[in-house]
Design a protein around this ligand. Structure first.
Ligand code: SAM
Length: 439
């Protein structure tokens, strides 16, 4: 058992929002650690909201110490402006599930303790088993992938659908573990991501968060502070984007977004970065290592609308999205195959052209060589003394004809000597040699 809930990042929170005063909303009351911290730090009043009605019983032992200064309300923080019913000086949200909820096997949050597959923090909503036993495989895979960043989402979804009906957390944990490699020492339980994803789905935690941040914007008076503690990167990304977007004139914060009409920023950010646990806290409570606190201060600008898509909220593709995804995938495969075929043909044509070019180059080289030889011969002959030497050497055979200068233009009219008539072949019967050779 992990024992009573230890509030995470409480000291850094109280330092970041000091001096504490006025009315605060603790939108995630839980074991009341933040509410008590705020009351002790100087808050005149804290309105503690939680969707889990069982948490209020745990405050019975100490809530009397604060009298009217502590007001407890069952509900969701997405509705906190209405539940508070007044403008407030601070809103704090400590996101996620509490250690008490995790520790109670019958709540169905834990993969370590067998219990009914429930996971509802509170309210009249379907339990995890209801969703897992009725949803289609694609939706379950999308939940695991988008809300738990589980890479084996499809394999796990297939195994869940094959094993239906599911009713116990141990059953789900075994199915997930059977789809994943055995964890190495020090690695978390293989079902951690899947349980987180399904819990977020059951309680619509991202939808709640976006709506809760907007509700805080509406509830806070100018100068009021919004402090949010998150436990995983998907939550922190939404908080970070919200604070950035609402602290920017224009409300966009995205330089690629279409130009929007300038809107006065609803918040300013007193700290440039998220605040993590200090070393003492890490030593006391190692669970705090992934907690991050972000703070924003409300301006006097009117509250505006927030576009959930601009806050990086993981969104499950709607029904039919599966088909669209498959068609897109098929289209991509066809395009890739077409490109590959085109590249193959281009490559073939290029290789053929390269072969032809090599052949032409070889022919050019041969012709150049022949030209070189002819040039050399010409260079040798194109000198009078060489011609004379040639004439001297072959004077008898050349049959030179004298040409007068006025004949140079009509060399074809010159009266060249006729080549000697070829001698007729000898008659063997009349040749003296034959006669002589007779006996
Ligand atoms: C991490 S615990 C808060 C612990 C608390 N800060 C403390 O110091 O004890 C989160 C609590 O928020 C509650 N909760 C989660 N989502 C909620 C929501 N959307 N609206 C109201 N309460 C919510 C849970 O039921 C749980 O009790």
């Amino acid at each position: 058992m992990s024992g009573p809930h230890v509030p995470v990042l409480l000291r850094p929170l109280l330092r970041a929002v000091a001096p504490v005063g006025g009315t605060w909303v603790d939108g995630t009351f839980g074991a009341g650690g933040y509410a008590r911290g705020l009351l002790q730090a100087g808050a005149e009043k804290v309105i503690g909201i939680d969707r889990d009605p069982s948490v209020f019983g745990m405050a019975e032992g100490w809530r009397g110490d604060y009298g009217d200064r502590l007001q407890l309300v069952e509900g969701t923080f997405s509705d906190l402006d209405r539940l508070a019913g007044q403008a407030v000086d601070g809103v704090v949200l400590d996101l996620g599930v509490s250690s008490m909820q995790l520790d109670q096997a019958e709540r169905g949050f834990s993969f370590l303790r067998d219990g009914p597959l429930d996971m509802r923090m509170g309210g009249d909503i379907p339990a995890a088993a209801d969703l897992l036993n009725t949803a289609d495989e694609g939706t379950i895979a999308n939940v695991l992938y988008h809300y738990g960043e589980e890479r084996a989402s499809r394999r796990i979804a297939r195994a869940i659908v094959a094993a239906r009906p599911l009713s116990r957390t141990a059953q789900l944990a075994d199915i997930v573990a059977g789809c994943l490699p055995r964890p190495k020492p020090g690695q978390s339980h293989p079902a951690t991501r899947s349980f987180q994803a399904i819990r977020i789905w059951v309680n619509d935690e991202f939808g709640q968060l976006v709506a809760g941040l907007s509700a805080a914007e509406r509830a806070l008076r100018p100068g009021g502070q919004l402090a949010v503690v998150s436990f995983h990167s998907l939550e922190d990304r939404i908080v970070k984007r919200f604070m950035q977007a609402r602290s920017d004139a224009g409300g966009g914060g995205n330089r690629y977004a279409p130009v929007q009409q300038a809107v006065e920023p609803a918040f300013r950010q007193p700290f440039r970065r998220a605040i993590g646990p200090d070393p003492e806290e890490l030593e006391e409570n190692p669970r705090a290592r992934s907690a991050l606190l972000r703070v924003a201060v409300r301006t006097d600008a009117p509250a505006g609308e927030v576009d959930a898509r601009s806050l990086a909220m993981p969104d499950l593709p709607a029904r039919g999205g599966e088909l669209m995804r498959s068609l897109t995938y098929l289209a991509c495969v066809l395009v890739v195959m077409g490109l590959a075929f085109w590249a193959y043909r281009e490559n073939y044509a290029t290789q053929a052209a390269i072969g032809q070019m090599a052949q032409v180059r070889r022919e050019i080289a041969d012709l150049r060589e022949e030209l070189g030889v002819l040039r050399a011969e010409w260079a040798y002959l194109n000198r009078p003394e060489r011609l004379r030497q040639l004439v001297d050497l072959n004077f008898d055979q050349l049959q030179l004809v004298p040409v007068a200068p006025d004949q140079f233009n009509d060399l074809d009219q010159v009266d060249y000597p006729k080549p000697p008539e070829p001698e007729p072949p000898l008659d063997p019967s009349t040749t003296p040699d034959n006669t002589e050779s007779q006996p």
